[in-house]
Design a protein around this ligand. Structure first.
Ligand code: ATP
Ligand code: FE2
Length: 322
């Protein structure tokens, strides 16, 4: 079975072709970036429309496959105009290729792709991306969310600070670089039970920046607080569930300092730490193709006339049938 995956929920338009064994035959991406300012949904959707055909055709031709069996696309959650571009392209190509079609949840795809690339078996998932920061555990046939951000996701919080100090989008990698030259200045530390709140910390950092505190010091201190907060609740989740594996996924998983903190905590508790490889941490279409394969293999089918998007679907609404 050969699967074409299409990703379009936010900044990345991507297409890839994989086999049923998870072998990656092609992986083509076009990422929306800015020098200054953030993501405006209609602008991002325009970017996706402009590149979609080229990205998909390149993914198909690089795979050297004549017959594709399934087109999997990210149907939820995400920016509506961006999801629509993915949906329309998935329908168009499913018809052209005479293939089945299946919409999958983008966040769940981040989670399951962790198993494609690491040896984690039954982990606590730390999902920290642009829009989400969640501590998740699979219990029965549902992903249970043990804790999450109460306002904005960690990546979006980093991007917001970056925007204020003129770093452009995405700011996470640049903040990581600047942080290496910084020293600690006091910022709020906000953990409420198992939940986290980042926006007050960013407001405080922006205030300090306007009063002349060095951006390197603020980048370092934001990272130290954000990552310590996440490590604290992750440790509590391990203790509550008696699990002994952490699997870090989502775009912020690319951050070395975050990995270092979680790894140390795991070592102290005799737990195993896994992080998704850098290349597959952020949005990609391999994870969409793989999730499509899992659900299709478990018997899920979709009528192309009823294919649609669901911008607000949550991870804990999904029935884990695979
Ligand atoms: P979601 O999966 O919740 O819909 P998303 O798809 O926008 O959100 P991802 O592509 O998984 O998110 O991650 C993008 C985020 O990761 C951006 O906010 C970016 O700043 C952040 N990021 C990328 N690299 C790093 C890094 N090295 N350090 C910190 N943050 C990073
Ligand atoms: Fe994502």
């Amino acid at each position: 079975m050969i699967i074409l995956g299409i990703e379009s929920t936010a900044h990345t338009f991507a297409a890839s072709v994989i086999t049923r064994k998870g072998e990656i035959l092609s992986d083509v991406r076009s990422v929306f970036r800015t020098e200054k300012g953030g993501m405006i949904p209609n602008e991002v959707a325009r970017h996706h429309s402009n590149v979609a055909d080229e990205v998909i055709r390149e993914a198909i031709s690089k795979s050297r496959q004549r017959k594709l069996d399934l087109v999997a696309y990210s149907s939820s959650p995400g920016l509506s105009p961006c999801l629509r571009v993915g949906l329309e392209k998935a329908k168009e190509f499913a018809k052209e290729l005479n293939a089945e079609i299946l919409g999958v949840n983008h966040c769940v795809s981040h989670l399951t792709s962790g198993h494609l690339f690491t040896k984690a078996k039954n982990p606590i998932y730390i999902y920290t991306s642009g829009a989400n920061t969640q501590i998740i555990s699979l219990e029965g046939n549902k992903f249970r969310i043990f804790g999450e951000c109460l306002d904005i996701g960690m990546g979006n919080a980093l991007d917001k600070f970056g925007r204020e100090i003129g770093l452009g989008f995405p700011a996470g990698p640049l903040i990581e670089k600047l942080a290496k030259k910084g020293k600690y200045v006091k910022l709020p530390y906000v953990v409420k039970g198992m939940d986290l709140s980042f926006s007050g910390i960013i407001t405080s950092a922006i205030n300090k920046f306007s009063k002349g505190v060095k951006k390197e010091d603020l980048c370092y201190s934001i990272q130290e607080n954000f990552f310590s907060m996440l490590t604290e609740v992750s440790e509590r989740a391990l203790a509550h569930t008696n699990k002994n594996e952490i699997l870090l996924i989502g775009g912020v998983a690319a951050n070395k300092r975050l990995c270092e903190m979680l790894e140390k905590m795991c070592k102290d508790r005799n737990a195993k730490f896994y992080a998704i490889p850098l290349k597959y941490a952020a949005d990609n279409s391999v994870m969409i193709a793989y999730q499509g394969f899992l659900e299709y293999s478990a018997g899920k089918r979709e009528n192309i006339e009823e294919s649609d998007i669901n911008p607000n679907e949550r991870t804990d609404q999904i029935n884990v049938i695979w």
